[in-house]
Design a protein around this ligand. Sequence first.
Ligand SMILES: *Cc1c(COP(=O)(O)O)cnc(C)c1O
Length: 234
Amino acid sequence: MSLSLEEMRVRLKALRARIEAACVECSRSLKSVKIIWVSKFQSKEAVETAILLGAQEFGENRVQEAVEKFGTPRAGIRVHIIGPVQSNKLRKAASVADVIQTVADKETLVKLEAVCAELNKKIDVMFQINTSEEDTKSGIAMNEVSAFFEDLPETPHLCFRGLMTIGKNTGNPEDSRAGFAFLRRTRAALQKRGGVFTDCTELSMGMTDDLEVAIEEGATMIRVGTALFGSRGY
Ligand SMILES: *Cc1c(COP(=O)(O)O)cnc(C)c1O
């Protein structure tokens, strides 16, 4: 059962209050933080309810699920892939997505470029960095970041839009702060280089439990599931 419009409206209001309080705390403008509505494991009805409440950007972990919910493009709705994509799913991912946030190796970049050239489609990509240093998480390792961005393949169909990370899941949001700050410093270093990194402005970090810390550290996109949709029906 998905939430009613009223139930979700109340959740959105509470989330906005959290975002606003965090923005006030660090003197940021409310408009500088975008909400990505993480609809993984949520029903199509839940997505429709979210759209009625003004949701425009959705995050899905799995390509197949994204295709089921967002396979037919809709005006004004953007789809972000926020889970790792297997190489044999890149074509599907590029077809359904406006943004792939989880690029973490050069092979993927090369394949994605080839697929997008074939589809005659330009998409936005973001690079996932493993700031938690947990082996179970995907992303570019922190000590490999400099080398990784040194020589990237040419990818005219991909626009580099920013960086993404997942905080530490320790129960204490403060534990994620250093990783979030690392993401911000990495973005600054890339922007200084200009060129293909000119549009690398986004920092996708912060979820239901650690969004305040992420906003304080400069998040421009927070990826929120539970706070908006309630618990997922696993
Ligand atoms: C599930 C998920 C989220 C949303 O998590 P919540 O705690 O429900 O807000 C955000 N980002 C990624 C990568 C996820 O997999």
